[in-house]
Design a protein around this ligand. Structure first.
Ligand code: ADP
Ligand code: MG
Length: 262
């Protein structure tokens, strides 16, 4: 890990920047009386090569947090920095370019294009970014995810677990700095879920990727290095080296008046 980081650094300018930094990120939906503050001044920093789970009750702002951090949505105020570079507050096109260069996203419902094969879905982000498509690399990634014999299959010919693995291949293909996953195991059986979690972990250990995963499952969260809790759009504490029991315990008390463990 350390070797990987220092090998990639070209300038002697102090410590490597964090993979992700949010400063007072706020996102409100709707207007006036019907306005909902989905994120309320969230400040958060994540080191490179870490695996973080985001948990909290339904409606607490987890998806909004991921979408804002990933550049799929735009905060009303606050700053998002990925790998030391501020996400442009410019136009949609700029934000899209920024996202394509640095970020991968995995969705609960896979979001594969039904008319494209597994291989075509996987290299789609490269095509969209007009980057060179390295077929051998794509095959290698898919093979390492256990899909080497499914390259020409359509999504509908795959199981849920295989579809999610194809979606992970698509997220990995651009070698992003950060992968965001919103309930990636939410639609999967236990065994497929475990495979997906192991693959996300491998992205961290083998490529130094930073992974941020929303989940409501304490078992899934226990695969992460740290769990951060959200309640009502605000951070409500974190748990390092989470165990299933510790996560469940924290979740059960999140609604309490003193959520920060006071
Ligand atoms: P979570 O993922 O934790 O369930 P969300 O981030 O999806 O929470 O939602 C946080 C809050 O913002 C909720 O009250 C939700 O209803 C609201 N919200 C989310 N997306 C929208 C939207 N596009 N329009 C209006 N309200 C939204
Ligand atoms: Mg959500």
């Amino acid at each position: 890990m350390t070797m990987f980081r220092s090998a990639r650094r070209t300038q002697d300018t102090g410590p490597a920047p964090e993979a992700l930094r949010l400063v007072k990120v706020t996102r409100t939906y709707g207007e006036a009386e019907s306005a909902v503050t989905a994120l309320d001044g969230v400040t958060l920093g994540l080191a490179r090569g870490t695996f973080t789970a985001v948990m909290g009750p339904s409606g607490s702002g987890k998806s909004t947090l991921l979408q804002c951090a990933a550049g799929l949505d735009r905060p009303d105020s606050g700053i998002v920095m990925v790998d030391g570079t501020e996400m442009t507050s410019g136009g949609e096109a700029e934000r899209t370019r920024f996202r394509r260069d640095r970020i991968g996203f995995v969705f609960q419902q896979y979001n594969l294009l039904p008319t494209l094969t597994v291989a075509q879905n996987t290299v789609l982000p490269l095509r969209l970014a007009r980057r060179r498509v390295d077929g051998a690399h794509a095959r290698e990634v898919l093979t390492s995810l256990g899909l080497g014999d499914r390259l020409g299959h359509l999504p509908e010919q795959l199981s849920g677990g295989q579809r999610q693995r194809a979606a992970i291949a698509r997220a990995l293909i651009t070698r992003p700095r950060v992968i965001f996953a919103d309930e990636p195991t939410g639609a999967l059986d236990t065994r497929s879920a475990r495979e997906v979690l192991a693959l996300l972990r491998r992205a961290v250990t083998e490529h130094g990727t930073t992974v941020v995963m929303v989940t409501h499952d304490p078992l899934a969260a226990s695969h992460a290095d740290t769990v951060v809790f959200l309640a009502d759009g605000r951070l409500a504490g974190e748990l390092r080296a989470p165990t299933v029991d510790a996560v469940a315990e924290r979740l059960a008390h999140l609604g309490d008046d003193a959520p920060l463990g006071a």
